[in-house]
Structures are given as C-alpha cells and as structure tokens.
Write a protein that binds this ligand. Structure first.
Ligand SMILES: [Ca+2]
Length: 489
C-alpha cells in the first residue's frame, strides 16, 4: 500500500470508529400477549414500576395498533415492516421467507449497517426464527439450545439454516390436543431465574455486557404473560384474590356477527379449563394470574434496564418495548386475542430515545406496529428498504401532538362454510369499522360499526341501523383507501 492510500485508509478507519462511537444502540423488548394495562397506562391496579419508569423517559403510545392480533402474523409484520396482506403470514405455520425470500428484516437492516444483532427469547414466533436477521445466532431459554454466543450455538444456527432451506421454509406446529397443556396458571415458590423468562433475563444481561462496546441491536423476548400464567409465588402474593379488579363488560356487543368471535379455544387447551364453563371464580383466578405474570415480566425488565444503566449505556441506547398484540380478559366473553375488537388490536408500545425532546408523555396519535421498524431505523440513522409500509414516529417523540395518521388498520382471518374469510378493520378517532369479506370474491358478508364516543365498551354494533347508511358508505370508502390514504399530508 502506498503512503497516500495508507493515510486514506487509516483516516477511513478512524472515521468508522468515530461513527461507531456515535451510533445509537437499540434494545428492543418484545413481550408476548401483554395488553396495555399497566400503571403508566393509567391502570393503577397493575403493578408495573419498571415499565412505568421507562415510560417516564420516553413516549407512551396509547393508540398503537397491531396489524393482526396473534403472535406470528403480528411479529412478522412488525419485524418486516410489512402488513399481513404483503407478508401473507396469517397463521402460525408459514415462514415469511417462503413468500418474501429477499425481505430485509428490522434486525437485518441494522446488521447490514454494521451493527451486532442478536435475539434472546421469543422474537420471531417459536420455530420460525430467521437466521439471516442475526449476526450472533438467536437463543431460546428452553434448555435444549447451547449457551448464547457459544461455538455450539453458531454451529447449530448453521445447521438450522440448512434444515430450513431443505424444507423450503415449511415448518408446521402440530396442533396440541385439548387439555394437554397443563394448568392455565401456577405459582411455584421459585426464584425469578428458575423459570424460562428469568433465564432469558440472565442471558440478556450477559449479552449486554458482551456487546457494550459495539453498536448493537439486541432483541429481548419475554414469554409471559402468555398462557399458561406461570410466575413465582411472590408475584401472585401482590394480588390478593378477593381484591383483584375484574375487567368490565363481559357481554357480547348486541348485533355483532358470529364471525367477530371465537370459542376461547386457546384457553380451553389448558387442563383446568377444558370445555367447562369459565365460572366467575375461575375468571377471577385467571385475571389474578395474568396480572401476576405481568408483574413478573415487569420485574425482569427492571433487571435488564438496570444493567443497561450499570453499563453506562442509557444515553446511547434507544429502548423500544411492545406487547405483540392486545389481550381480552373476558371482554365480550372473550379471552386471548384472535379478534378485531379494540382490546385485541390496541397494543402496548413505549419508545424511549435519550435524545427526544419530550419525555414521559402520552401520545394519542394513531401509530401502527409496522411503524416500529422505520422508527428505530430513522432514530439510529440506518437505511431501510423503500418497500416498508409504515411511517417513522421519530417526530412524534419530539412533539406528540403533531397531526398524524387518520386511522389504524388491522385484520383477522376466519373460516365459514369451509371457505376463507378476512375481517378488515379500521380504527378512526371516533369509530371502528369492520368488513368481513370472502377472500375469493372479496364480497362483503357482514359489517360492524362501533361508536367509541357514545359507547366506549363496544356494546352495540351500529352497522345494521339504516340511519347510519351514509356514515357506513363514508367509512367503507376510507377503509378501501386503506393505510395509504390515512397517512398524514
Ligand atoms: Ca402473542
């Protein structure tokens, strides 16, 4: 190398080093099935001091909507920045690479920008990991996988990639027999790290220590409060059974089509639920256990955020925390997610960028989970594919009152008469408008209209009232315009 080239290259290396120093890290915390019912969301009966503390240094999004209220479709949409009708992932079996082999995922965009990227715990849906997303292989706390970032883990990740390719990315989760999943809740008297999420927490802390000097994108996935609601006993003790605040409106909305509902099949897979009626006593036990599992997860997140502080990383790390969709705690007689109702689609989202101008504020603007990818990339200065279907929320972090999206969009598939049905739903400032359509012909089978101004509990479907004809026509036109039409000018 001649002297000039040497000088140029060492200047380049120094610049690269400098820019690595200035790069913001990302800690993305994914929580399975956590609904936005926490202290920082105004739910004082839920004990969540650690997420509340994070919210004080960031923005709480009160109107964040997932694109489909079930794990893999929602996570795939968030992690690819594409909506379910683009990913074609509507269930828990299809890997998005079958449809979109060249998609660049959120962690992958960071990897391509020179970041160390890794995931611990549930990030992509279980069994559907995307090896291309990670510079250090993804790790699960199931005891079957080698330690995070070990030679064995790297070798296994290679084999895993090979297997996926050989199978044409087809992975199927065998359906579980009813009653075969053990109890729906349990409160073992164990230490936090004797349960899988506690093991994930220890591994995340180790990963932070390892990654602290490099720009990193670290995804930490917590499995609780997903069913079964298992948490150490001390978290159950925080919620005396007789004092548990029971969720309101257990009734179905009047005039809602059968397509809007499900039969609580996921919950009924658990041995102590089965096909028996869910009695008020059982409902109370379930609600208490959900809150206990929530507080357990919150405590673990506190440990992770504490380590971030101890390592001096708070000022150069963006933290994004989300629950992958909402959750119905006996709202409309429904448990779980799997619907287009408000409680299933409205989700938890907190973003904290240490550089944001307004901290500890609530933002009531409509944001969608497809927006998480462009936001994190925008905040970190990472380039993204032009095909993304979301909008960066970065400006909302500085000013939560900006004029923003006119609506948020979600969808949920069903089967009827052995044919595929898709329910498309749109949440506007005042209404939720839903169309259930045959997939094949796109003909509308049924509609729902809820007016949150008059009826925040969705107790009446107004779509069948002839007086609303004009409103329905207007909302149908807006739904047809979809997310492109709802973008701020
Ligand atoms: Ca989930």
């Amino acid at each position: 190398m001649d002297r000039r080239a040497f000088l140029a290259s060492s200047a380049g290396a120094a610049l690269a080093q400098q820019s690595a120093k200035n790069k913001m890290n990302v800690l993305m915390i994914a929580i399975d099935d956590l609904r936005p019912e926490l202290g920082c969301y105004g739910a004082k009966h839920v004990i969540s001091p650690n997420i509340d503390a994070l919210a004080k240094r960031g923005t709480i999004f009160t109107r964040a909507y997932c694109q489909q209220a079930v794990c893999s479709p929602s996570r795939t949409s968030l992690l690819t920045g594409l909506r379910p009708d683009t990913t074609r992932v509507y269930e828990l079996q299809t890997h998005f690479r079958r449809i979109l082999p060249d998609a660049v995922t959120l962690p992958e965009a960071f990897k391509n920008a020179g970041y160390q990227t890794t995931g611990l715990g549930k990030i992509f849906h279980n069994g559907l990991d995307d090896t291309r997303s990670w510079s250090i292989p993804h790790w699960m706390p199931d005891g079957k996988r080698p330690a995070w970032n070990s030679d064995e883990a790297r070798a296994e990740a290679k084999t895993f990639t090979g297997n996926l390719a050989a199978n044409g990315w087809k992975i199927t989760n065998a359906p579980t027999r009813p009653g075969s999943r053990g109890p729906a809740w349990d409160s073992p008297d164990v230490a936090d790290n004797e349960l899988p999420d506690g093991k994930t927490t220890d591994a995340v802390i180790g990963a932070l220590r390892f990654l602290k000097d490099k720009p990193f994108f670290l995804a930490a996935g917590f499995a609780k409060p997903h069913l079964p609601f298992i948490a150490p006993k001390k978290y159950f003790d925080m919620y005396p059974l007789d004092k548990v605040e029971m969720p309101d409106y257990p009734e179905r909305p009047s005039g809602a089509p059968e397509l809007a509902f499900h039969n609580n099949g996921e919950l009924r897979n658990y041995g102590n639920i089965g096909n028996d009626p869910i009695t008020p006593d059982k409902a109370r036990q379930l609600v208490r256990a959900y809150y206990a599992a929530t507080s357990y997860t919150d405590a673990l997140i506190g440990k992770v955020l504490g380590e971030l502080d101890r390592l001096g990383l708070r000022e150069n790390t963006i933290v994004a925390l989300w629950g992958d969709h909402g959750w119905q705690l006996n709202n409309h007689g429904l448990w779980q997610k799997h619907t287009n109702f408000e409680k299933a689609t409205n989700s938890l989202l907190v973003v904290a960028d240490p550089r944001q101008k307004r901290k500890g504020v609530r933002c009531d603007r409509f944001v969608e989970f497809v927006d998480v990818y462009p936001t994190l990339a925008d905040c970190a200065g990472v380039s993204t594919p032009s095909s993304l279907e979301g909008l960066s929320m970065r400006r909302l972090l500085d000013d939560p009152t900006l004029r923003w999206k006119k609506a948020a969009f979600s969808q949920y598939p069903r089967r009827q008469d052995q044919k595929d049905v898709m329910g498309y739903t749109m949440r506007t400032e005042r209404y939720r408008y839903t169309e259930w359509r045959w997939v094949e012909t796109q003909a509308v089978i049924d509609r729902e209209l809820y007016d949150y101004e008059a009826d925040p509990r969705e107790s009446v479907n107004h779509a069948r009232n002839p007086e609303n004809a004009e409103l329905l026509t207007r909302l149908a036109a807006q739904l047809k315009e979809g997310w492109r039409g709802a973008k701020p000018a």
